[in-house]
Design a protein around this ligand. Structure first.
Ligand SMILES: [Fe+2]
Length: 181
């Protein structure tokens, strides 16, 4: 397996950690327990900063390359790239909802719950679809020269939490993680 695919899989494990944490925080809030809005917003900001700006663009380059090599799987590649756009939009609106509540805005608890649960479920389903159907296909059809071309186009962007920690931007998250250890 090419190391770029291993990197994407590692990203998925990290994203799952972030989603688990978000779900836990959402559960606390919905149960009327103390929950940390700064943390929830930072989790969403991380997804915007890394998943939407680095991880998904790299996958898009790979899916586009695979599409031309595996005609019968073009629909799957298109669907996943479409989901990247939809997920970016969902992440943005969910973060804005949280910011709004944090600033004293009123949103019915049920609405926040529906949005939050849907957001988390769609992110997880997307990761599962990529790993179960798309990644095996990429592994099969992409050859050495395709990987070289993909590498050339790949975005040069470090993960600001798990690779090159930006402890100022994600201060609440790092505080949380260091306490949890
Ligand atoms: Fe992915």
């Amino acid at each position: 397996m090419h190391y770029l695919m291993e990197k994407l899989q590692k990203d998925h494990r990290n994203l799952e950690k972030i989603l688990d944490l978000l779900e836990l925080q959402l559960d606390h809030f919905l149960a009327g327990r103390e929950s940390d809005f700064d943390l929830k917003i930072e989790l969403l900001e991380y997804m915007e900063a890394y998943a939407d700006q680095a991880h998904h663009p790299l996958e898009n380059i790979m899916f586009t390359a695979a599409k031309s090599l595996a005609d019968e799987q073009a629909d799957l590649m298109d669907r996943l790239m479409q989901q990247h756009q939809e997920l970016a939009q969902l992440t943005r609106t969910f973060r804005q909802s949280l910011e709004n509540i944090f600033q004293g805005g009123v949103m019915p608890r049920e609405e926040l719950e529906v949005r939050g649960r849907e957001f988390i479920a769609l992110q997880r389903q997307h990761i599962a679809l990529e790993e179960q159907e798309a990644f095996p296909l990429l592994d099969e059809v992409l050859q050495e020269q395709d990987w070289a071309a993909i590498l050339e186009q790949s975005p040069n962007y470090d993960d600001p939490v798990f690779d090159k920690p930006d402890k100022i931007r994600f201060q609440t998250l790092f505080d949380y993680l260091s306490k949890a250890e």
